[in-house]
Design a binder for this molecule. Structure first.
Ligand SMILES: Cc1ncc(Cn2nnc(CCOP(=O)(O)OP(=O)(O)O)c2C)c(N)n1
Ligand SMILES: [Mg+2]
Length: 542
């Protein structure tokens, strides 16, 4: 049959590495969905709603590097905008694709269903421009190759979402076949002289310092610089601290790892080391209100920043210097200086004594953390959702090879359920574990049914402290109370007659240990373990 606009998009998505596309059907995108489904490399993954669809694509992009979310016009896209916002905030190339009205509707001033009820349908595209790095609406089939290629390339280079709007009558319209994919995926390398000059100046700048510390931020991982970061850190020999959103982007068993720098909730000796340093090399760091604990934990020394495509330090700025190339080049220029590691050995606190609860003891946050710590292996990918799970997750020690996913910039409660589902589809080889509060779980619980449908063996540790506890600590009120659910029964309801989810309840340390054993051997589907703790058992209260 003829090659169409929908086929063009399908081929491009497959060429950039998409293998699953997340969808909610609607009459503006059905022809398009047929074309995507027809592509041999693409597997259609239906979601219960477009918020979860976009969050599943956000999680998939963490595993795969790029993802696709396909929704219907207006009623679908406006919900998908939230997961798209997350992808923007978290520096992930999510491709948001929406069907839209027939190109001959505007000129006839047709009032259409799903729209706001007036004949101007451009509002969605205008809104999409604000939350993506590139938004395109295809006006004619002949424009499709140029606009689709532009949006995909922009997303890949910027590591931000893009938006592609395809009118319902164009998805099946004839289109030429795509040219070489390198036109889209070929990276922009550093400018050679900028790279040389930046490394030379930076090496001189660092030579004059006695106590440099490297602070790793979340963009280090997104820029794909984890290998070069280790190379640079080992050439420097200095202490390496991580921002909480960067946990997992530098190995915690590395001898230069000094902990998570997060103000008074820092781990190990990160706080002391950062405040002792006389120079801070920030690699992909983001200083926002959360990571600085309300602006109380901001380093008070001059910073050198290594960002995705530029480098700055006191008295210097170098554009078009790519992080990974800069780190690996600078590693050959710097002088080894391990003075901070000598200081670290002095400052490093003894590991805290962890009490092992008796089996019949009621569950506590600390006992849950102790048992989750024992679950972690090199195959673990741990998702922690907004709420006290952030604090509990950050304090865990990642064994070599373990991965950690957190959404600290956007912070959408419930993100972890669809995001872990999307991630696990792409990484069936990994053991995906979720730490999520009861309040967060209630926002996106439907997506457990997709874990059942696709037989994804995710372990969900649901921390039930009867409400929005992190908010109670910030500012209490009636609004922090929620209706309690029977969470174990709920996930088993998703089975109906053909599913294999397991829902378990753990009120004591012994019940949790038994439930974890069941979860670790259950591969046919998800296992939710509802862990009940006292609502005052919160990390904010020391
Ligand atoms: C989409 C969205 N809506 C509201 C919020 C504000 N928020 N942040 N955390 C919470 C409560 C989280 O409660 P849980 O998940 O139960 O967590 P904990 O009780 O703190 O363990 C809210 C309501 C948010 N972060 N995201
Ligand atoms: Mg809660």
């Amino acid at each position: 049959g003829k090659f169409t606009v929908g086929d063009y998009l399908a081929e491009r998505l497959a060429q950039v590495g998409v293998r699953h596309h997340f969808v909610v059907p609607g009459d503006y995108n059905l022809i398009l969905l047929d074309k995507l489904q027809a592509h041999p490399d693409l597997k259609e993954v239906g979601c219960a709603n477009e918020l979860n669809c976009s969050l599943a694509a956000e999680g998939y992009a963490r595993a795969n590097g790029i993802s696709a979310c396909v929704v219907t016009y207006s009623v679908g896209a406006l919900s998908a905008f939230n997961g798209t916002g997350s992808a923007y905030a978290e520096n992930l190339p999510l491709v948001l694709i929406s069907g839209s009205p027939n190109t001959n509707d505007p000129s006839q001033y047709h009032i259409l269903h799903h729209t706001l009820g007036h004949p101007d349908y451009t509002y969605q595209y205008e809104m999409a421009k604000k939350i993506t790095c590139c938004a395109v609406a295809i006006p004619r089939a002949i424009d499709a190759p140029r606009l689709i290629d532009r949006a995909l390339r922009a997303a890949i280079l910027a590591r931000k979402p893009c938006y592609i709007e395809i009118p319902t009558n164009l998805a099946g319209a004839t289109c030429v076949r795509p040219g070489p994919i390198s036109a889209i995926t070929d990276p922009i390398t550093s400018d050679k002289s900028a790279l040389e000059a930046a490394a030379k100046c930076a090496a001189e700048y660092l030579d004059g310092k006695l106590k440099p510390v490297i602070l790793v931020g979340p963009k280090a991982g997104r820029a794909g610089s984890e290998k070069e970061l280790i190379e640079f850190a080992e050439a420097m020999g200095c202490a390496v601290a991580l921002q909480p959103a960067a946990k997992g982007m530098f190995p915690e068993d590395h001898k230069q790892f000094v902990g998570i720098f997060w103000g008074q909730v820092s781990s190990d000796a990160a706080d002391a080391m950062v405040h002792w340093a006389d120079a801070m090399i920030c690699v992909g760091a983001v200083f926002n209100d959360y990571s600085t604990v309300g602006w109380t934990a901001v380093p008070n020394i001059p910073l050198m920043t290594v960002d995705m495509d530029h480098v700055t330090f006191p008295g210097a700025h170098f554009s078009r210097v790519r992080m990974c190339e800069f780190l690996s080049h600078l590693a050959t220029q710097v002088t080894f200086n391990d003075s901070t590691m000598i200081e670290y050995k002095r400052l490093k606190p003894d590991p805290p004594h962890v009490h092992t609860a008796e089996r019949e003891e009621p569950l506590s946050r600390k006992e849950i953390s102790r048992q989750v710590q024992e679950m972690l292996t090199d195959k673990t990918s741990l998702f922690v959702d907004t709420g006290d799970s952030w604090f509990n997750g950050i304090q865990l020690k990642l064994p070599p090879g373990a991965k950690f996913e957190i959404e600290m910039q956007w912070g959408h409660i419930g993100w972890s359920i669809p995001a872990a589902f999307g991630y696990a589809l792409r990484h069936p080889d990994r053991h995906t574990i979720v730490l999520v509060g009861d309040g967060s779980f209630q926002v996106t619980a439907q997506e457990v049914s997709q874990m059942v449908r696709f037989k994804v063996p995710i372990t969900i540790m649901l921390i039930n402290n009867r409400g929005y506890t992190i908010e109670v600590e910030i500012h209490d009120g009636s609004y922090n109370k929620i209706k309690n659910w029977d969470y174990a029964m709920l996930v088993e309801a998703f089975n109906s007659t053909d599913g294999h989810a397991k829902g378990l309840l753990a009120n004591t340390a012994g019940e949790l240990a038994d439930a974890i054993k069941v979860a670790e051997s259950h591969k046919e589907g998800p296992t939710l373990i509802e862990c009940t703790i006292d609502q005052d058992d919160c990390s904010m209260l020391k």
